[in-house]
Design a protein around this ligand. Structure first.
Ligand code: ADP
Ligand code: MG
Length: 273
């Protein structure tokens, strides 16, 4: 049922495909501290259009902080983040950004995010969780918003649960609604922060199946933090391994996963695999 791990030929095909794609996310010299603690220190990464980046690392290594910076849910201390060529957190007049500026930026720059704990609106149906933000944030007319919401629910296999409240859905179903919601404004890049970590083991597969299809069939640009190594091998083009707030190693997915250079990466992979 599951896609097999990529062959050498498939990897070469992916490389050739991605080589000529424009950068979608460009991070240079990104640094972030919480008080005295450095969480990101001079982080560099380019994600090309259509590329899938998997972020690995033990708890507390900075994975969520990285993804939250790219969605501008956190402020950073130094460095630059560009999404679709546009520099985040930067006003032409050089003044600091207000919360209002950040909200406008988030709506226009095209970053979608999926959280470990789904973060659905508990009082709204699956359909309204998707259609509501399309109306409020993006000004989509009500009938079109509902049509798009139902089509997205079909796409994640939940067309028949469109009118259910989150508490009447399983964790796996709630996360699939959250993925549909994140896709609704057609983001140029989708960030998924440990999307299966809060799920019962028997619910993990259905969520990974949806993400796998988005990556391999729809060609979506994604950054995913996960502990699912076999899934990482199936979908990742590029792997970043973080530990203790630093980037220990990053590179071609197959190289990092199969031939890790750093002892910390080796230990982590043998522990998780
Ligand atoms: P991960 O997602 O890899 O588990 P995080 O990015 O959540 O790691 O956290 C990285 C480090 O930053 C941890 O040491 C964590 O305790 C710290 N941290 C995260 N968020 C905050 C915060 N809001 N205030 C202070 N420290 C934080
Ligand atoms: Mg985290």
């Amino acid at each position: 049922r599951h896609a097999a791990v990529r062959t050498a030929f498939e990897r070469a095909q992916r490389d050739a495909l991605l080589e000529h794609q424009l950068p979608s996310v460009q991070i240079t010299g990104l640094s972030k501290r919480y008080g005295p603690q450095s969480v990101l220190d001079g982080f560099d990464l380019t994600v090309r259009t259509g590329e899938v980046v998997v972020v690995l690392g033990p708890s507390g290594s900075g994975k969520s902080t990285l993804l939250r910076c790219i969605n501008h849910l956190e402020q950073w201390d130094a460095g630059e983040i560009r999404v679709g060529g546009r520099r985040l957190g930067f006003r032409v007049d050089g003044r600091p950004m207000t919360q209002h500026d950040i909200a406008n930026e988030r709506a226009s720059v095209g970053v979608g995010m999926v959280f470990q704990h789904f973060n659905l609106f508990s009082h709204l149906s699956a359909c309204e969780n998707i259609a509501g933000p399309l109306r409020w944030v993006f000004g989509v007319p009500a009938d079109e918003a509902e049509r798009r919401a139902r089509a997205l629910l079909d796409r994640v296999g939940l067309g028949h649960r469109a009118d259910a409240l989150p508490r009447h859905l399983s964790g796996g179903q709630q996360q699939r609604v959250a993925i549909a919601r994140a896709l609704a404004p057609n983001p140029r890049v989708l960030l998924l922060d440990e999307p299966t970590s809060a799920l019962d083991p028997e619910r993990v597969g259905e969520v990974l199946d949806v993400i796998r299809r988005l990556a391999l069939e729809d060609g979506l640009t994604m950054m995913i933090s996960t502990h699912q190594l076999r899934f990482a091998e199936q979908v990742a083009d590029h792997v970043v391994f973080m530990s203790g707030g630093a980037i220990v190693e990053q590179g071609h997915a197959h190289e990092v996963l199969r031939h890790p250079r750093h002892a910390l990466t080796r230990r982590f992979l043998s522990m998780m695999g």
